[in-house]
Design a protein around this ligand. Sequence first.
Ligand code: G3P
Ligand code: CA
Length: 243
Amino acid sequence: MLEIYAHRGSSGTFPENTIPAFQNALLSGCDGVEFDVQLTKDAVPVVIHDEKVDRTTNGTGYVKDMTYKELQALWIKTGGVDASTLRVPRLDEVLNVFENSHMRLNIELKTDKFSYTGIEEIVWQKTKDNPRIIFSSFNMKTLQNMRALSDSVELAFICYKENEADEALLDAYQIQSLHFSKRAFPVRKTNRKLRYWTVNQTAEMETFLLAQVAGIFTDFPSDAVQLRERLKQKSLLSKEDSV
Ligand code: G3P
Ligand code: CA
């Protein structure tokens, strides 16, 4: 299928996990977007990669220790553009960007450091009517909880190495996909969908696309889409190889 996902939105050219990064991803012609969800102290799901706000905003401290109102008072400081008018978006604001679009939404539940009790139910209630969702996590327990909420939603276990993926658990929770670090490539044959992160250089994009992996995550989705078109024009990829 060779799906191209914008990693944290178009995070190579816009501040990661912000509305402009997601709007640009939508315009890029890619197939999906990946983003990270954590919970504030008052249980509002927000889209931010780190457990702490220090790297990406002008504030300090953990997301889990701030109310949404406190988080809203902070502005985004990363991305190489004047981002002082940008805020950490709520999950529903990001979902709105992609409403009625073709885009698949890979929602990473960032529960590898804090479990954020109840995050699965909170996020599920906001997304259950959308058939284009994939939930992923480094935390198998989170995926188990998500499977208890839905028999059919696509789940992906994220890992760095093959030996982190326990086949018995993957089977038990009917986890359809594996999201590997690109350093794990190539991995053994499997019936699960294999997607790789984070593929940013043109040469490595070409390697993954020609290997016909299920998908790549990239900070530069426009570049990957253009490369995929060039490979199709050279007949190195068939139309059926890409979505
Ligand atoms: O989901 C793949 C990738 O996003 C996992 O790593 O640290 O970018 O969230 P990270
Ligand atoms: Ca992520």
